[in-house]
Design a protein around this ligand. Structure first.
Ligand code: UD2
Length: 305
């Protein structure tokens, strides 16, 4: 039993992780500025330090007594980061550097951090593996790639064992559908449930590799457990199965028993056409895989579990 810091622990993925750690007998400190995370997402037993990852004092206070750090705080929307370039950079990259420096000073604590598949940019229709050159197309992707470079430096220069994860498109219960910047599944699911039309940006033939949040948690836990042997490395978190947006709408329609009206709008600036990951290297190194089928995951979402 140990204590872990989870940054962004009031958010979608962070709150699932905090819950899993507590269920496994660990203690959890959450650092969250509640900008998109919600206090009610904090699982019972977790301690909240309300503060920003870009504030060194808040990070230093939160990390005290911890055995390791899961760094999940960040602005998750590619579109929001396009429109809020500097603010996104402060959170997504400066926040990571502050966190890594604090972990170094606190005794070289292991850090598992969330990067993103967005670092690959538009890699075409095939599966991308970790050997593919990073070519981010957006500020969001650039900041996540910058965070990876600092993650490697944390290890090579400062001896902080870091493991980076590059999730593809995460979905599941508690992903907030409330803003236009939310993940597409949370938005479409919410609109179908309310009998409203859905808007597809572009022709709907773009593909994504949708990965269920519980699978992502298993990658995070395994990365911490194996951090000493994997330090400085980064891994995809994906299923290796592509889904077009139109197929996604079709599956949701079947599950909800209603076909929504589909509105089309212009593609989003910097939107990637195809995003599909190769899970092989992560599966071998971490000993876990993202097994949840999309229709199963979507029905879990529909049933709120
Ligand atoms: C997701 C993640 C991002 C990053 C990236 C990895 C979210 C919010 N973003 O970015 O954090 O890790 O994956 O590559 O989880 N769309 C519509 N209608 C809508 C909303 C979205 O057509 O109402 C389209 C959108 O234009 C895009 C696709 O759905 O083609 C997915 O969009 P997204 O915002 O869910 O996620 P993405 O891939 O930009």
């Amino acid at each position: 039993m140990a204590e872990y810091l989870v940054t962004g622990g009031c958010g979608f993925v962070g709150s699932h992780l905090a819950e899993a750690l507590i269920a496994g007998g660990d203690r959890v400190v959450v650092l969250d500025n509640l900008s998109s995370g919600k206090r009610e997402n904090l699982p019972p037993g977790a301690r909240l330090v309300e503060g920003d990852v870009a504030d060194p004092e808040a990070v230093a206070q939160a990390i005290r007594g911890c055995a390791g750090v899961y760094h999940l705080a960040g602005a998750a929307s590619v579109a929001w980061c396009n429109e809020n370039w500097h603010a996104g950079h402060l959170t997504n990259q400066t926040g990571t550097v502050i966190l890594l420096e604090t972990a170094a000073r606190a005794g070289r604590l292991p850090v598992v951090y969330i990067s993103s598949a967005a670092i690959y940019g538009d890699a075409g229709e095939g599966r991308v593996d970790e050997g593919r050159a990073a070519r981010p197309l957006t500020a969001y992707g650039a900041d996540k790639y910058g965070s990876e470079l600092h993650g490697r430096i944390a290890w090579s220069v400062h001896g902080v064992p870091t493991v980076g994860l590059r999730p593809f498109n995460i979905y599941g219960p508690r992903q907030d559908p409330a803003s236009a910047y939310s993940g597409v599944i949370s938005i479409f699911h919410d609109r179908l449930a309310r009998g409203l039309p859905v808007t597809i940006f572009g022709d709907g033939q773009q593909t994504r590799d949708f990965v269920f949040v519980e699978d992502v948690i298993r990658f995070l836990l395994a990365a911490m457990e194996r951090a000493p042997g994997l330090a400085g490395q980064v891994f995809n978190v994906c299923t290796g199965r592509p889904t077009t947006l139109l197929d996604l709408v079709g599956t949701l329609a079947r599950l909800h028993g209603r076909t929504p009206e589909i509105l089309h709008a212009a593609p989003r600036l910097g939107d990637i056409r195809h995003s599909l990951g190769d899970p092989a290297r992560a599966e071998a190194a971490l000993g876990v895989s993202a097994g949840m089928r999309l229709d199963e995951g979507l029905s879990r979402l529909r049933d709120g579990r």
